[in-house]
Design a protein around this ligand. Structure first.
Ligand SMILES: N[C@@H](CCC(=O)N[C@@H](CS)C(=O)NCC(=O)O)C(=O)O
Length: 234
């Protein structure tokens, strides 16, 4: 069965967390908007389809299923592709960690759009600067120390004691934060050795290494979630 992933073209965005899972699994999938354009998603968002109604991309179809919300999509894909442990308690913990990553991603978005998503960055620069200063000094350390501790508790290499979709998402979080806030992340790095090692291992996984070297992996840019504005990393 071929999965269909729906996500905005031109950016990694939140779709990338799903792509990394599909790529690592070697799953058969189509990145539909990249083939047919962003307009292909509109009927789904307007509710012109049967079944569950997605609020926003990314969403995934699998046969008759329509699944939205990154953490929910990964909660569905994980057990099907051996990317989460089999016990209920471990799956709940994986989902909990992924929801925490979702919270972090929303805060990353708000560093450059603290007032309104519908306004340009240029229309909210003073607020973005203020928000980013707090994000760098308080939120990056709090989130990354938490995930570092989770890896430590999982035995030192994975939060779930084995490779899982959470590892893939943590790789993406570090890659994105390194791009957006290189100075802050340089200062943070000595405090997160286990997370750094985890990200290096993920990048070397054969399917992930092949994906990262492919044209399917778009570069980060200033339209996505993780944006580099030097003034926000000052
Ligand atoms: N919590 C959702 C957030 C989804 C989301 O905000 N998607 C963005 C693109 S990255 C979007 O298109 N939002 C439209 C909107 O919020 O109006 C998830 O993790 O999937």
């Amino acid at each position: 069965m071929t999965y269909k992933l729906y996500y905005w073209t031109g950016i990694q965005g939140r779709g990338e967390f799903v792509r990394l899972c599909l790529e690592d699994a070697g799953a058969d999938y189509v990145d539909v908007a990249r083939e047919e354009g962003d307009d292909v998603m509109q009927p789904w968002l307007n509710g012109d389809h049967e079944g569950p109604l997605p609020f926003a991309p990314p969403f995934l179809t699998s046969g008759r299923l329509v699944i939205a919300q990154v953490a929910n999509i990964l909660h569905y894909l994980g057990p099907r592709h051996g990317l989460v442990p089999s016990s209920e308690s471990r799956q709940l913990y994986a989902h909990q960690l992924e929801l925490t990553i979702t919270d972090l991603v929303a805060e990353v978005h708000d560093t450059h759009h603290p007032v309104a998503s519908g306004l340009y960055y240029e229309d909210q620069k003073p607020e973005a600067k203020r928000r980013s200063a707090d994000f760098r000094s308080s939120r990056i350390p709090k989130y990354l120390s938490y995930f570092e501790k989770a890896v430590e508790r999982g035995g030192g290499t994975h939060p779930l004691r084995e490779h899982s979709y959470v590892d893939l998402s943590l790789f993406q979080v570090l890659a994105g934060l390194d791009y957006a806030f290189p100075k802050a992340m340089k200062a943070m790095s000595p405090k997160i050795p286990r997370l750094r090692a985890l990200a290096e291992r993920v990048a070397k996984r054969p399917h992930i290494a092949a994906y990262l070297a492919s044209g399917r992996r778009l570069p980060f840019n200033e339209s996505g979630i993780f944006r580099h504005y030097a003034e926000l990393d000052a």
